[in-house]
Design a protein around this ligand. Structure first.
Ligand code: AMP
Length: 426
């Protein structure tokens, strides 16, 4: 019988790596809480229509990458429903915002999420079919100030602080404005006009994009087409006064806070409900899949999925890629336990468990051996798992004085049981 393996593009996350995952998630929770964000957890699967309308039918995600199935009807009177594993979380959060009438509070909603997403992409380093995103959204009625450029700058400043607190060095923020829903048609017309005489010189994908969604030609990575792309009109020249002012205000607030950025006029999002600010944080250490996170404004999204006017801005970070970056920065060693408790003989196992319990209750990280091990084996295991070893034999049990050896220094000392917890943390 062939052995069963995790499905292509999915992975088991194991210790000690999971410690790094917890560290990243704890840092996100701690930093986001300071900005007064609350956590939202939406279902892993949703009605397929949500993504068709909320992500966009013409995107790669919706047209090729979703895990979709017809859910069996439970009764004859019921129709089968098309369901999809969520490929991203913004659509789900905005659906929840609408469903729970969160806009009626009249306040901004600041929501973050952490969880797995699913896309049928070709797996490679940094690209998986089940991957984790950490994201946040600021959304609310315009009267709550949801359109203000201050919100964009606040989210970007939070991301810079988060990455710095995580210890990710060398990130790069690229930012652009894609204008409002009224700027866009003028720009698209200019883009189509500029592409018409040259598109036959471009790769097949770009020829198709030039027809269906010309904005996407701009973020093409095809090396042969770059010269043509460089010369295409820039959206910055098609922004109306209010979009220009909005973008300038975002940049001014970033300047004031010392958040470094580079304006990249080719950074675009292909759908109408993405408006104004778009951004991406990249990291050179990631190779081909160098995007750590992406985000931007989506002032028309709520209405696109049947909700009230609710402008918003958000981002989604690839947690897998944060982990890869941290791992590349520092070769990771599992953190050793504070001590390894070695009972000397099986009869001492119950007393060893009791001692271990007391030390754990005192907040220490303890690994427990087994009295059936010979002393040599206890030392070998202890040395692999912990900083110190505590020997518990008959003598130690009677006298209440334990023998503790420090593996790093080789020093061996006798410690009264009452002082043990304190001495192990020293
Ligand atoms: P997107 O929702 O496509 O804007 O992606 C936001 C972020 O999620 C990206 O910048 C990546 O860091 C991460 N990401 C997207 N797709 C994948 C994937 N297949 N595997 C791992 N990370 C991904």
């Amino acid at each position: 019988m062939s052995t069963l393996k995790a499905v292509r593009g999915t992975r088991d996350l194991l210790p000690p790596e999971t410690e790094l995952w917890n560290f990243v998630e704890e840092t996100a929770r701690r930093v986001f809480a300071r900005y007064n964000f609350g956590e939202v957890r939406t279902p892993i699967f949703e009605d397929t229509q949500l993504f068709a309308r909320g992500v966009g039918e013409e995107t790669d995600i919706v047209s090729k990458e979703m895990y979709t199935w017809e859910d069996r009807a439970r009764a004859q009177s019921e129709k089968a429903q098309s369901l999809t594993l969520r490929p991203e979380n913004t659509a789900g959060v905005v659906r929840a915002y609408i469903e729970h009438k969160m806009g009626e509070t009249g306040l901004l909603q600041k929501l973050f999420y952490i969880g797995p997403q699913f896309r049928r992409e070709r797996p490679q380093k940094g690209r998986y079919r089940q991957f984790w995103q950490i994201g946040a959204e600021v959304i609310g009625p315009p009267s709550a100030g949801s359109e203000s450029p201050l919100r964009d700058a606040e989210v970007l400043e939070m991301l810079a602080t988060f990455l710095d607190e995580l210890g990710i060095a060398g990130w790069r923020l690229e930012i652009n404005s894609v204008g409002s829903a009224t700027d866009r048609p003028r720009y698209l017309a200019a883009l189509r006009e500029a592409l018409a005489p040259v598109k036959h010189l471009m790769c097949e994908d770009n020829q198709r994009r030039a027809e269906t969604n010309p904005l996407r030609v701009l973020d093409s990575k095809d090396p042969n087409d770059q010269e043509i792309i460089e010369k295409l009109p820039k959206i910055a020249d098609y922004l109306d006064e209010s979009s220009k002012e909005h973008f300038a205000a975002v940049l001014a607030a970033l300047d004031r806070c010392g958040v470094p950025y580079a304006v990249n006029p080719r950074l675009v999002r292909g759908l109408d409900y993405y408006t104004r600010t778009t951004f991406e944080f990249t990291h050179g250490g990631l190779g081909a899949q160098n995007a750590l996170l992406g985000g931007g404004r989506y002032d028309g999204l709520s209405e696109a999925i049947g909700g009230p006017k609710a402008p918003g801005i958000g981002f989604a970070m690839g947690e897998d890629r944060l982990i890869l970056t941290l791992q590349a920065q520092a070769a990771q060693k599992p953190a050793p336990a504070d001590a390894y408790i070695a009972p000397l003989g099986e009869a001492l196992n119950p007393a060893a468990l009791e001692l271990t319990r007391d030390l754990r209750r005192a907040g220490l990280r303890i690994e427990l051996g087994d009295g059936s091990f010979r002393l040599k084996k206890s030392f070998e295991f202890g040395n692999k798992l912990a900083r110190k070893i505590v020997l518990l034999g008959e003598d130690e049990l009677q006298s209440g004085i334990l023998t503790v050896k420090d593996f790093a220094t080789g020093e061996q000392v006798k410690v009264p049981r009452a002082e043990l917890a304190q001495s192990l943390t020293a």
